[in-house]
Design a protein around this ligand. Structure first.
Ligand code: DGY
Length: 324
């Protein structure tokens, strides 16, 4: 019998990280890399000393009910953790950690990719060529929106919101305004070329591009609903790399169909991997399969952060990225 802590990893991770885990822990990998059921996760909390979930796992309060919990830590592979009922985990005596900092730039890069792709109709253009339907250059072909010099509105001025502000202000000469639930020092905001406004609505009203960078769940569920979409400019675009549930998807489909806003770029969806047919049918939306952190460097760095967090926990030290 191994004296090392027993760890369950719910999905396959980059090899370098799986090796690092195996050096220190008694690891069970989910070899077929399929999402685990609620029953499997509930059992894992009772059979393992640590469970390492991802955004593709749902850990609601019901999984922690009924006692018999063995797990001391949930080392989440990701910065967002609204798929875990953190209060229930805490009540069950489980520490929860995440992976902040290491996916900031890559997620902002995907937000930028979505913004440019939807504004310049790059997805549509690529589809047209692949379908063999391009009839050649003409002055009125596939006209999009200019990005340089426009106004970007950011909702949530954390690490990723700031990285997006930096890209848009210093790279594209954009005026950047943002909403953040707590006050940000004006000098700090200015370092990113950004200015804070008091309400979400004020940001929506002035922005040509709105980029979401707030956490999902709780009060932010459907923060962008029909009423708020109607506050945006008719020529504006919405970009979401945060969490799918921040946007009311049926309301967004309606707004994109009826010209309430001009387009959207989405990397996240409310019921991933299901993307509503109404969104898939629209030309003025760019859809990506939750790629924000999907680079070799970042996915390894995220894994190494989880290793650091659970190593600290089992060594009796405070995990550096403890959220509960
Ligand atoms: C994150 O880290 O929150 C990404 O969305 C992947 O989980």
């Amino acid at each position: 019998m191994s004296s090392k802590p027993r760890i369950l990893v719910t999905r396959r991770w980059p090899q370098a990280v799986e090796r690092a885990l195996a050096e220190r822990f008694d690891v069970l990998l989910n070899e077929n890399d399929a999402p685990m059921s609620a029953d499997q996760l509930a059992q894992a909390l009772r059979d393992f000393d640590a469970v390492l979930p991802t955004v593709s796992d749902r850990l609601p309060a019901s999984l922690f009910d009924g006692g018999g919990i063995r797990a001391g830590i949930l080392g989440n592979y990701g910065v967002g953790y609204n798929h875990i009922d953190v209060a229930a985990a805490k009540a069950a005596g489980i520490v929860v950690t995440n992976t902040p900092g290491v996916l900031t730039d890559c997620t902002a890069d995907i937000a930028m990719t979505l913004l440019l792709t939807v504004a310049r109709r790059a997805g549509e253009g690529e589809r047209q060529i692949r379908a063999g339907e391009w009839a050649g250059w003409r002055p009125t072909h596939m006209i999009g929106a200019k990005v340089t010099g426009k106004t970007l509105g950011i909702i949530g001025f954390g690490r990723i919101g700031k990285a997006m502000a930096k890209r848009c202000h210093f790279g594209f000469d954009m005026e950047v305004v943002f909403y953040n639930r707590s006050r940000v020092d004006a000098a700090e905001a200015a370092r990113y070329g950004a200015r804070q406004l008091d309400t979400v609505d004020e940001v929506l009203e002035v922005a040509d591009f709105v980029s979401l960078h707030c956490p999902g769940g709780g009060e932010n569920r459907h923060l962008i609903n029909a009423e708020r979409l109607a506050k945006m400019k008719k020529a504006a675009y919405l970009v979401n790399t945060a969490r799918g549930d921040v946007v009311d998807e049926p309301a967004l489909i309606e707004a994109l169909t009826n010209g309430v806003i001009r387009g959207a770029g989405l990397d996240v969806f409310e019921a991933e991997p299901n993307v509503p047919a109404g969104l898939r049918a629209l030309e003025n939306v760019v859809l990506l399969p939750h790629l924000g952190s999907a680079t070799e460097e970042t996915r390894v760095a995220m894994g190494m952060k989880v290793v650091d967090n659970i190593t600290a926990f089992f060594d009796g030290r405070e995990p550096p990225d403890r959220v509960a």
